[in-house]
Design a protein around this ligand. Structure first.
Ligand SMILES: [Mn+2]
Length: 334
């Protein structure tokens, strides 16, 4: 199926519709931010909107305007299924392969309503009727902003929408420092600020709201779990379920941990390996020209962006670490 430009779906939206929006499993700031921004916008346009997250909204996003309306598929499957079954239109945000929604995958594949994609990951699967896929964009939030503008509705962007858009752009750009932080991103932020957005409280809500245990866990991880390989410009942190239990944390609390090795001089490739209940997950980050999207695709059944990607392994944590180090000895930044 060739995906038609998303603006060609404009006529589907001329009368009030039932709209189902979803995003990826283990949603991050961009996933929930873009979903809620679009949710608010479509509601203002008179549609009935149902936003479904494949798994729960992480605690650091629980303050987002409208977040109480998000249906968590893992907890409210029937409600989500009904919304999907009744939907006239399906929006998929911040992912481009149904498998990224885990339990929702078969339902999305079987759904007959027109499917629309807004996403910035590489290589979308050819399963959407309409959409926009732009890997060069900083975030899906930036793309939702563009979409609202292209629909001629910039004036409808209120403070709720602005807060959601800012949150996703901020988190996906590492607070506006990753190479994807284009002039367009700053022009969007300028527009949001002109509309009255106050950014300080958003940074505080997202970044300065850790539990004391989580902060201590970072210290523990850096001392006990981080290994650096200067000759390969690489660093890894491997976290077992036991480590998380020790601090009374859940998997969401490892968010951001993968960035730390990159703060060491000479390290330009960082990997976080975490043991989940069903599989071992890997997160990859790089600085400069080491392509972690390709690395994840080639070795760990994953993908993502050039400098940020993820993968998985069905081996044990220890076997995964051993295999990773073996691969690392051949494939590394220098
Ligand atoms: Mn994103």
């Amino acid at each position: 199926m060739t995906m038609k430009p998303i603006l060609e779906a404009k006529n589907l939206l001329t009368s009030p519709k039932k709209i189902f929006i979803t995003t990826h499993h283990k949603p991050d700031g961009d996933a929930i931010g873009s979903m809620l921004a679009l949710h608010h916008y479509l509601q203002i346009k008179g549609h009935h909107v149902y936003s479904v997250a494949p798994s729960e909204v992480p605690e650091f996003l629980e303050w987002l305007p409208g977040v109480q309306q998000v249906i968590n598929y893992e907890a409210q499957a029937t409600e989500a299924q009904t919304a999907l079954h009744n939907a006239d239109i399906i929006f998929c945000l911040d992912f481009n392969d149904f498998s990224r929604t885990k339990l929702l995958e078969p339902l999305l594949a079987a759904a007959t309503a027109p499917k629309l994609l807004i996403d910035h990951h590489l290589f979308p699967k050819p399963v959407w009727d309409f959409g926009t896929s732009r890997p060069e964009k900083s975030s899906t939030c930036e793309m939702v902003y563009d979409y609202i503008n292209e629909m001629g509705d910039n004036a409808l962007i209120n403070l709720d929408i602005a807060k959601c858009l800012y949150t996703g752009a901020m988190t996906d750009t590492g607070s506006f420092r990753f190479p994807c932080t284009s002039g367009d991103v700053h022009r969007m932020i300028a527009d949001l600020l002109d509309k009255g957005l106050v950014q300080g409280p958003i940074h505080e809500a997202v970044y300065d709201s850790w539990s004391a245990d989580r902060m201590r866990f970072v210290g523990y991880s850096l001392i006990e779990k981080m290994e650096l390989f200067p000759k390969w410009s690489a660093g890894i942190i491997a976290i077992s379920r036991k480590d998380l239990k020790l601090f009374g944390l859940n998997t969401g609390d490892t968010e951001g941990l993968v960035q730390y090795p990159l703060s060491v001089r000479g390290i330009s490739f960082s990997t976080l390996i975490t043991e989940r209940s069903d599989e071992v997950k890997l997160s990859f980050r790089s600085k400069g020209d080491f392509n972690v999207n390709e690395f994840a695709r080639t070795h760990f059944q994953g993908g993502g962006h050039f400098n940020a990607s993820g993968g998985k392994s069905s081996e044990s944590l220890n076997d995964t670490i051993l295999r990773f180090k073996q691969i690392l000895s051949e494939f590394h930044p220098r």
